[in-house]
Design a protein around this ligand. Sequence first.
Ligand SMILES: C[S@@+](CC[C@H](N)C(=O)[O-])C[C@H]1O[C@@H](n2cnc3c(N)ncnc32)[C@H](O)[C@@H]1O
Length: 380
Amino acid sequence: MMTVSMTEKNVNAGGTDRHIPVLLEPVLDALLNEEGHSSEGRQGYLKKGDKKAQPDQMSSTDEDKTQPPQKRIFIDGTFGAGGYSRGILNSLKDKCDVRVIGIDQDPDAVRDARGMLREFGPKLDVVHGRYSEMEEVVSGLGVSEVDGVVLDIGVSSMQLDQDERGFSFLRKGPLDMRMSQSGPTAADLVNGLAEEEIANVLYQFGEEKKSRYIARAIVERRASEPFRTTTDLAQVIEAVVYKKAKDKIHPATRSFQALRIYLNDELGELLRGLNAASRILKPGGRLVVVCFHSLEDRIVKNYLRAASGRVPNQSRHLPEINKEFHPSFQIINPKAVKANDEEMSRNKRARSAVLRSGVRTEAPPHEFFEADLGVKSLQL
Ligand SMILES: C[S@@+](CC[C@H](N)C(=O)[O-])C[C@H]1O[C@@H](n2cnc3c(N)ncnc32)[C@H](O)[C@@H]1O
């Protein structure tokens, strides 16, 4: 684990200005507003028919929330360019003794945080690590419980825009895709996995219908020359998945997304992160998650439903909720919050963003596994 000190130089070497935080206003609303979600009527973030969590559904400690707590601590588990951390700090710095602990598994994100560390001084720490290990990370800083956890799942614009990181099929670079910059690369996967395993990755993590054809083409091509670059792989995929006029996405979108999600174990991280958040949040603390992919959103939605005891139609996939069940979360908005038209036109990334949030109750945490959430295996 590496924590950046405020004395180090070379501020913002990677150009974090490029990343526009997605759904920032509703994220801050869900995370900081203790009266429930207050976006109703503001910029159309709350959909018609949405209900706020009712006071009588909340934990008893919520009645005592008229005064801001002396000290409020938040975890920004996917620090990136620090957009959410900055939002939290600017919103609360004059109102209470606020502290944010940012975590990112990408060493570049931690390096580029130096400017913000200077700006916010002891109110901000940025730690290199995984958000699934948030308890260990914050305990190293003397913290055992927090008021809020926010996660913004996916890649940052800085990662996508750097050719050498190999995340984008539109940019020629090494076929890398590792957020942590360590371990096997995407090239190792496509050059090393069996044909059936490649097909399973593309289908399971990218919902790619042509997974079997793409896997075949990959194996045929690598027999003569291994894959080295992003564009190399994109061309092979394009030759199998023809782009029709009505298609909105590039033929390689799903396959690249699948390889990235599998390589970085993004779904496993998410489930472990939600379980970790439920253990570290104080009663009344907020969990806010922004996802860009339907598989990820399903995990968050089903997690919050299961933890709050909301199991409509008694889905056979979700744990049976009996009278003894004590919800560990209350859902803040039953329907997902999405970007409004103005944000979508300003920021393309916001188009697929989905925000879900919950309030921690006083009940003990629950640990959920993939089978409890009705999601396909998070491993191959
Ligand atoms: C979409 S960006 C976050 C952007 C950020 N909210 C902002 O406003 O600047 C996602 C970041 O999370 C990091 N990340 C992804 N998975 C992670 C994990 N399991 N643990 C820690 N960081 C992770 C990525 O490296 C990336 O920098």
